[in-house]
Design a protein around this ligand. Structure first.
Ligand code: FRU
Length: 491
């Protein structure tokens, strides 16, 4: 083991003792110590779910990237393992950036990631190059491939460069061969997704430009993912520097392209484009196909631009979303929290046909660890339901359904923030006017994920509010009749 990896492993094992269990989210993976961003190598291997992550153990800000590592039997309770990768070879001396994992035919676990290395020009100036690297392991320890990097500038088509060439996502084809998609910046300065193939998982060659932004959807695209789902080809990318348009907000977004493959050119023919999440803290998605066929997605429950809202004096930073199962319904992607969540269901409180007028608080409806569904069954046009969560005298995070304007809004202005970053976001409800509106609210200590109409839309937001702020209240304008079902989550 290299000294850099050994140092990271010793540091994290020592420092994690300083973090009490109750200071972490209960069923969302958080950084073992220090900084976490993208999920990497999210997969199932030898009966365990593996989640690696972009990791800087030494501080709670981004730094030379390592790969943190955790495993789980149920996608809810995670056990930390020693860091898997450190920037310790010539090919990745400046960082082990994002990548993915699969099982090789011989049973070993194969990691593919972006190695960042410094390049020197003749005049002495330096710049960082991004090239793809491999490592092989047994689910605990990994050895880097001696011939890294395996994809370099020589493998790129004209107009592309290794200045922005990252985040390989690999998979195995039915014939046993391997493929991967990698994000790259094209000469027009915007992102493109390159497809590569390999017989053995180590020797790769370029196939095609699967799809590209052409400056239509943001600049660089990051963390690509490509898979077949419910008879369609799906490409998920994370565009940077977007200007708000349609469903997309400014800055970093997550975008899902549904289409089909043109077999002659190996390119994606787009049928629809949609945003994946409408909340504040969501970025850097990655999926895998579970042994039972489910397509499961993870993501970083943060966003680069809003990360200044954080807990002071905390020894960890960064959480992952609750993994979601994906499907396509009516031409759009839908996301459902993994069914495993139901194994945490504890005490159930239920109300039906509630006339919400005048209802402020309800017996049994409170808490910070819960799975709660609210169904607006009948409502007069223009009526508004505001749900105040994580509430005490000082704090509150609200979700508001405005049936007149047809929007859902989140507002965490009063969730303890002392910085002037985004605290409100709204989205157009895709529901048909007048039809039932279902909101499923999943709350952990430091986050709220809302699934609208069985996952047709989601809104994900972090709240770094004290655990004692556990009240829930309602404010209704107009006439609304609702059903409510709340489960406490037992962790
Ligand atoms: C996305 C990203 C990736 C990169 C990693 C670096 O959030 O910028 O493109 O591999 O983070 O930590």
């Amino acid at each position: 083991m290299s000294s850099r990896l050994e140092k990271a492993r010793m540091y994290e094992a020592e420092q994690e003792k300083e973090i009490a269990k109750g200071e972490r989210p209960a069923f969302h993976l958080s950084s073992r110590v220090g900084w976490m961003n993208d999920p990497n190598g999210f997969s199932k291997y030898q009966g365990e779910y593996h989640m690696f992550y972009q990791y800087h153990p030494y501080t709670t800000v981004w730094g030379p990237m390592h790969w943190g590592h955790a495993v789980s039997k149920d996608l809810l309770r995670w056990e930390y393992l020693p860091a898997a990768l450190a920037p310790d070879t010539e090919a990745d001396e400046k960082g082990c950036f994002s990548g993915s994992a699969i099982k090789l035919e011989d049973g070993r676990q194969l990691l593919m990631y972006t190695g960042v290395s410094e390049q020197k020009e003749k005049d002495g100036t330096t710049w960082d190059a991004q090239m793809q690297c491999m490592a092989v392991g047994d689910g605990r320890n990994y050895e880097k491939y001696a011939h890294n990097p395996v994809l370099t500038g020589k493998d790129l088509p004209e107009g592309f460069s290794v200045r922005d060439f990252r985040d390989p996502k690999l998979w195995q084809e039915a014939d046993g061969s391997y493929r991967c998609v990698v994000a790259c910046r094209a000469e027009d300065q915007s992102g493109a997704i390159l497809l590569f193939e390999s017989r053995d998982g180590f020797h790769w060659s370029f196939v095609s430009v699967l799809d590209r932004s052409r400056n239509e959807y943001g600049r660089m695209w990051e963390c690509p993912d490509f898979f077949l789902l419910d008879g369609k080809a799906v490409l998920i990318v994370n565009p940077q520097e977007m200007m708000a348009k349609g469903e997309f907000h400014n800055g970093n977004n997550t975008m899902c392209i549904i289409g089909h493959i043109d077999e002659l050119t190996n390119t994606l023919v787009r049928e629809s484009v949609q945003a994946l999440d409408f909340g504040i803290d969501f970025y850097a998605t990655q999926t895998f196909c579970d042994s039972d066929g489910r397509r499961i997605m993870g993501a970083w429950m943060q966003n680069w631009d809003t990360g200044a809202y954080r807990m002071p004096d905390c020894k960890w930073y960064g959480q992952m979303i609750l993994p979601r199962e994906l499907h396509i319904e009516n031409g759009r992607i839908v996301q459902k929290p993994v069914a495993e969540l139901e194994t945490l269901h504890g005490e159930r409180v239920c109300y039906s046909n509630l006339d919400m007028s005048g209802v402020q608080k309800l017996d049994g409806i409170s808490g910070r660890y819960l799975d709660m569904t609210i169904v607006l069954k009948e409502y007069t046009k223009g009526s508004v339901l505001r749900i105040n969560l994580a509430q005490n005298a000082e704090h509150c995070t609200a979700f508001e359904v405005d049936t007149g304007r047809g929007i859902l809004r989140t507002d965490r202005t009063h969730s303890g923030s002392r910085v002037d970053v985004l605290h409100e976001r709204s989205c157009r409800l895709l529901a048909e006017p007048g039809k039932e509106i279902r909101l499923r609210v999943i709350m952990d200590l430091y986050s709220i994920e809302v699934f609208v109409n069985d996952g047709a839309q989601t809104m994900t937001t972090c709240i770094y509010t004290p655990a004692a702020a556990d009240g829930i209240s309602f404010e209704t304008t107009g006439h609304i009749v609702a059903d409510m079902e709340k489960y406490e989550l037992n962790i």
